[in-house]
Design a protein around this ligand. Sequence first.
Ligand code: HEM
Length: 467
Amino acid sequence: RRPKNFPPGPTGLPLVGSLLSLNLENPLQDFDRLRRTHGNVFSVYFGSEPVVFLNGMQTIKEALVTKAADFSGRPQDKLFNIATGNKGVILSDYGPSWKEHRRFALMTLRNFGLGKKSMEERILGEIQYTIKTVENSIGKLLSPQVMFHNAASNIICQVLFGTRYDYDDELIRVIVNCFTENLKIANGPWQTLYDSIPMIRNLPLPFQKAFENIKTCENITLRLINEHKKTRVPGQPRHFVDCYLDELDKRGNDGSSFSEDRLVMYALDLHVAGTDTTSNTLLTGFLYLSTHPHIQERCQQEIDQVLEGKDCVSYDDRNNMPYMQAVIHEVQRVSNTVPLSVPHCAIRDTELKGYFIPRGTMIIPNLTTVMNEEGQWKFPNEFNPENFLNDQGEFVKPEAFMPFSAGPRVCLGEGLARMELFLITVTLLRKFKFTWPEDAGEPDYTPVYGVTLTPKPYKMKVQLRAS
Ligand code: HEM
């Protein structure tokens, strides 16, 4: 039974709650239906645990920004908290250790202390390999899935370890396999069963694979970190790992939460958070660009004009490319890459929109309901860069643009992700023309549901543009 004045929602059954009435393959439509019945704040029982859903820009901002001190926790004692030993940053609860680590990453990623090579150079370096892959497909069909996945993964590896890996490298293959399997577990019934029925946690059921996968990734990352320790010069960091080791030296035994043990999980967290998200957004982008030739051509006109005489694009060029900026933001809006954000948790007893929310309640901000919210967008249900342009053709960002969520937990890699999306899209559009194959039938824009939304596999035709 719901606590008094708790957000309304469907009646559940003992033990399973409402799970049997949700389409677990893709519950987004069910959540939409519940919103229409119960309003912007409703609750659903996942097993015996009540979970509160937040919908629409106004409600989500009120919770995550205005009442940030009440809503910025993370649920604890769940499968992935236990499997990661709570040592990363994504699932770490609101508190000094999360705050210190978050601040450190933001500072380091903002180019302070990453060594001689800036973030931009690292991205542009990796793009050369992407160009080669596309060049090999000129006049043929290109399946961009693996290419974008590797580009995003390698950019993070460049930031973390100053290294890139060949596309068929064994180490990357193992890590990617572990991530993919764990994302599937994170999104499937075994995680729910583990979380809601504690007495089955030690049984040899499929969720044990999540523990094995994390151990495998930890061992690989630990080996890499140990190799870097042999060649590092203290005070001259080459990458994120060196910066962290310098920070450890500086702190000594000051009782802070920094430790080598923590670094391993931290590096893995950044890798997992930065790979599928960015690559799925790029995949969605090129699906729309290859099926909307007039939008692609208008981007190319702007790119040619602004970059005339320049060897390669720089991130600053975005300020002279309002149309390109609008297209990339529109791609992020329609790709809705992280549809349900990462679950939050109420840090103390609180209230929202007149409802009582007890401490420890799991909170899910449904970002999907903001990305296509009626009244917030000129064209909420179509792919149209006009959503980000004013009458003078200038780039404007509506308040409802929040694919990275909002508040103190807002995506820590937002700056890096935006730089990647801009530099990769502009470089590829400048050099190549992408078209939808005549015999491929109508494009299917419906994504495959998961922790991140993925476009269905597709192929595009590639031609070299006249220089
Ligand atoms: C298009 C790409 C990306 C999208 C759409 C995206 C989206 C998100 C979202 C929605 C969250 C949850 C925020 C919340 O809890 O309310 C998040 C968290 C996070 N993201 Fe991203 N992200 C992207 C790229 C990246 C990259 C490249 C990195 C790596 C540097 C990264 C690192 C993180 C981390 C560490 C968190 C957890 C932050 C915390 O709990 O304090 N993300 N991201």
